[in-house]
Design a binder for this molecule. Sequence first.
Ligand code: VTB
Length: 349
Amino acid sequence: MNTVRPMEYDLLFDFLRVVEAAAIEAARTMGMGKRKYSDHVAVEKMREVMDTIPMDGTIVIGEGERDEAPMLYIGERVGMGAKDGNARSYPKVDIAVDPLEGTNLCATGSANAIAVLAAAERGGLLHAPDIYMNKIVVGPSVRGAVDIDAPVKENLNAIASRLRRKVEDLTIIVLDRPRHNQLIQDIRDAGARIRLISDGDLSAGISAAVAGSGVHALMGIGGGPEGVITAAAMKCLNGEIQARFVLKEQLEQAEDRAKIADGLVERMRKMGISDPTRVYHTNDLAPGEKIIFAACGVTDGTLLRGVRFFGTGKRTQSLVMTTETMHVRFVDSVHVEGGPDAFVRFDRM
Ligand code: VTB
């Protein structure tokens, strides 16, 4: 028996601390209506706690390029290795972060905002540019049954058959955007139910891979970086994501992301993506063998409760998992602060 403690085990708890801290910080700003500010505090906190981790970390998916993001930019070195100049004595880790997925959700106090990251050994996560990505995400029982290029109806039939139910009994999550008008129509025509969401296709994709969440698939176009982090989660949950970058949508519809359109193909090539039209499967997006995924609820959501503040502390709920041990942990943490008189209340999850 191998008694060596896997690297992931050592870092798991540290990454839990990172997402918890970012989520708490963001949750304080819930409902302020300041999307950018909510994101900013989550980023700052995530960065701060990251540097207390004994690792030689590199951000591979983050807040943008170095010149546009002061912190957690792509290529930034994080962890104790970056601080004490002794990088060689720490494990090398690539990290994809989304300190606040669903900035609007947090700003308006809506469901499903999370603080999330994925980590892997060097090279274990695709360096995806921040452009649109078409995705289909399903859970373990449906793995291998869908094809991103197949007609929507065919995929829905395949999902229904694997889940031993009628298409009418399926719920599909779709981002509520005009670009999805046709997709929504196709799902309706096939007879499945739809949950339209305003934001947050990463947490939605994870729900689709967890039985009992009431969601059976995620379909449609969201962010590429979110797709990579979703893939990391799928590896830990035995789910599946298929995806393809969407250059056309990018050029036609994007506002925030439009500025990236210039020289896009060239930029993708530099990131190692030579064929922008190819289909990426779970393992292409997250090829790592040692993957850690950690997410903490900011606002109440389908899978995770949001941060609760009370007189003597805070309570968070997180999901942490690794590929090496296949433990999927829902962690309910009470952050006690009130001194000797503080008490912890039993809370059935
Ligand atoms: C997508 C989706 C994210 O923002 O990036 C979306 O993947 C932005 O899409 O989960 P639009 O450009 O259409 O607004 C999220 O919903 C939240 O970050």
